[in-house]
Structure formats: C-alpha cells, structure tokens
Ligand binder design. Sequence first.
Ligand code: NAP
Length: 457
Amino acid sequence: MKYQTIDPTNNKLIKTYQNHDDAFVESSLAAAHALYKSEWSKGPIQPRVKVLEKLADLIDARKEELAQIVVQEMGKLIGDARDEVWIIAEIARYYARNAEKFLAPVKHESSLGEAWTEHHPIGVILAVEPWNFPYYQLMRVLAPNLAAGNPVLAKHAISVPHCATIFEQLVNEAGAPKGAWTNLFVDAEQVANIIADDRVQGAAFTGSERAGAAIAAQAGKYLKKTTLEMGGNDVFVVLDDADLEKAVEIGVFSRLHISGQECISAKRFVLHEKIADQFIEKFTAAMADVKIGDPLDESTKLGPLSSAQARDNLAQQVKRAVDNGAQITLGGNVVEGPGNYFEPTILRNISRENPAYWEEFFGPVAQIYVVKDDDAAVELANDSRFGLAGVVFSSNIERAKSLASRIETGAIWINTFASTAPELPFGGVKRSGYGRELSELGIKEFVNQKLVLVKRD
Ligand code: NAP
C-alpha cells in the first residue's frame, strides 16, 4: 500500500508519495523530544498560541485552495470542504484564545494545606487519523497539544497525503518550531514502534474499531495513555409530536453528509409508530430525489465514496444485510459508470440476528426501525455496541431531554443534526471509544494534572 492521491470521481491516480523510512522516523522523534525538553514546551504559553493565531489566518487566506484539495482527495462536496476549512481556523483560534485559561492552576480546598493542580505538557504524542475530515481531524489534535506544549507526530490515512503535507506546511509557515508537528508517511509496524518508544507519552486515535484496538493494545503493552474516537451507529429518533418536515430534511442531510461517511450521523432511524408511515413516505421521496454527481458542482447533494474499496465494502455489507433478511426499499446498488458512487439506500426489517443491526454503514445507507413508545426507542438506541452520538426530534423539549439523558452515547442533539464546534466536547462511550477532543476537556487529555500542596502550619 502506498500513500496516493486518487480522484474518487474517476479513480485516476494523481500522485504517489514516498513512505518515510525508519531513519526519518528516528530523526523526527529526536526533534520532537528535543522540543519537549526545551523552553518552547516548558515556558510561557504566549509564543505557542501566537502560532495558532497565525495558522488560523493562513488557513483563512487559502480557504478555496485547501477546500479543492480535500474534494480531489476524498470526494466530499465543495461546500462541505469549505466548511471544514472554516472550522479548523476556528479551532486554532479557540485554543489560541482560551488555552491559557484552561491550563491555569486550579485551587483545591484541603485540610492538609494550600493545594492546587498545575497543568504541564507530558511529551511527544502520536496522532493516527482518518481521511473523512482530513484537516479537521488533524486540527483537533494539533491545536490543544501545541498550546499545551506537547510535540505531535502525525500519521494520516493513506488516501489523503496531499492534505497531510499541506497541513504540515501551514503549521511550519505559522512559525511552529521543528518537531512541533511532523507528518509521517508510515505503516502499521512503524506506528507500533513509535508507540513503544520511551520518548512517546500518548496516542490520539480516530478511525475504525480494528485499528483502534491495535493502537490501544500496543499502548497498553507499553503503558501509554490513549484517546480513541471510533465509529458509531447513531440513532435518529423521531417522536410522534415531532415537526416531520424538519425531521425529514435534517434526517436526509445527516445520513447523506460526506456521502454517509461521517462518524456522527443519522444511521438508525427510530420512528414512533404513530408517525412512521408518514415519515417513511416523505423520507423515501426526499432520498430518491437527491442529485448525485460531481462534488465540485454546487448543486450536487451526494458525491462519491472515498475509494473503490469503500464502495465495494458497502455493496457487500448491503448484500449481507439482505441475505440475512433485510428489505431494500430504496437504492441498494453501486451507481454504474466511473467513480465510487453509491445510491441513497433504505433498509427495513432488520432483525437482531442480522449483522447489519450491529454494524456501522459508512455510506448513504439508512436503516429504519419502528417503535411503540419512548421506552422502546431508548431500549433500541441502547441495544448497540457503539455509543457515539444521536438525535431526538420532538416538539416537547422536556420529553426529548428525558430521552437524551437515557441514551448511552457521548452526545445527543435535540431537533437538529449532530455537528461539531470548537467549544463542544467530542467523543463516545462503549466501542465508540473513550476520551474527549475539543473544548476544555480536550486540552486536559494529554497534560500532567499535577497536584502541589504547601503544608499548613
Ligand atoms: P481506519 O482504517 O481505522 O484508518 C484510520 C487511521 O488508522 C488511518 O491513518 C490508518 O492508516 C490507520 N491504521 C489502520 N490500521 C492501523 C494499524 N493496524 N495500526 C496503526 N494504524 C492503523 O479507519 P477508516 O475506516 O479509514 O475511517 C473510518 C472510521 O473512522 C469509521 O468507523 C468512522 O466512524 C471513524 N471515525 C470516527 C470519528 C470520531 O471522532 N469518533 C471521526 C471520524 C471517523 P492507513 O490509511 O494507512 O490504513
């Protein structure tokens, strides 16, 4: 496998990148560790947050170019790519402006004396990241760790080397010293060796359960801290008092956003029986009406999947669901012709014995379930190995809040789609992972929360 840019609209190879050898990895580790030992990491925060402010401005200035690169490498719609570029600048600014406050000492009332917690960097962190938000995923790790003083080695997904390269260039151009952020084109064995290295103190991972388990196992063996952000099988609960027009509009958007390849998105539609038929009719019509095509065309609503492999895996998953009793009520097929397009698809009659009941579909495939009341909605939502996020639609906010509290996920949105903001913590429970990124919680994951106590006389 090679780091390559392949256009997902036609599978043409654009560029191949050289892998980094072990000598390059060693020199990168040495530079990162030397930076951690220096005044840059241990000293005042101002020089570090100045880099983040500059980085945000550089990103804003090159917004269109950066967005086009994403579209070419992984096929998201141009509007969504622009949104991604916008939010990474916001995340950089958010930590530039708030990190000092987040990392300030916290006092503790104690009978033993004057006590407080300080926040210190812990050393080199490894980031292993996926392709679906190829800048945003990197910024979620860079911004808090740069502010905190942790140098980062970053292994990006094999399909987005251009995004990985340009992100590193921007960080350097913003004034980050050597070692603060190093892009590595490496394989799984090299990743394991980096985790094992004594100079590395933690790993931040986002991606599949399979890779997350491999990273966590290696980190566990060498007693390193990890954060894991993995997939989900999020519910989109529509109660009998919901605004159905809005629920359909947002449900379609959420299921098809990034061609269905978003971790937090509507995957299982859980419908109250009183409105189920109405919702299904409107939802099916809206899904069928979606314009599929070129992600650079502003009127396109559904672009290609990220790779031929992703398309073929999804087709197999849909077939397996049907072989196990599911019924396709819309779509179900790869779109004929060049590129990795897949039809908007709706599956019904999925039993607990069907593997589809337990799996994440990373593509434009919606599952429909009908329930008799709120308790049944909660029971179905929680009957999942995942616990990332979810949505509840109801005109009765107290009723929706009660469901939100009972659903076992890292987040729930009420009457809107699951989304993200720099100030909102992001992460899951169960097999969706542990730890949080973004917000004040995110910056506390890889810092030494050190207690100091002065004895009372
Ligand atoms: P993936 O295969 O796990 O890839 C993610 C990253 O892990 C890539 O950089 C990949 O490198 C690397 N990797 C894979 N196997 C590895 C191993 N054995 N050792 C070390 N590194 C390894 O994930 P994906 O299928 O591309 O991404 C989609 C998944 O990510 C979905 O499940 C989605 O829900 C999840 N996701 C979660 C979040 C969240 O915040 N919770 C956000 C976005 C995506 P290569 O590319 O070189 O294989």
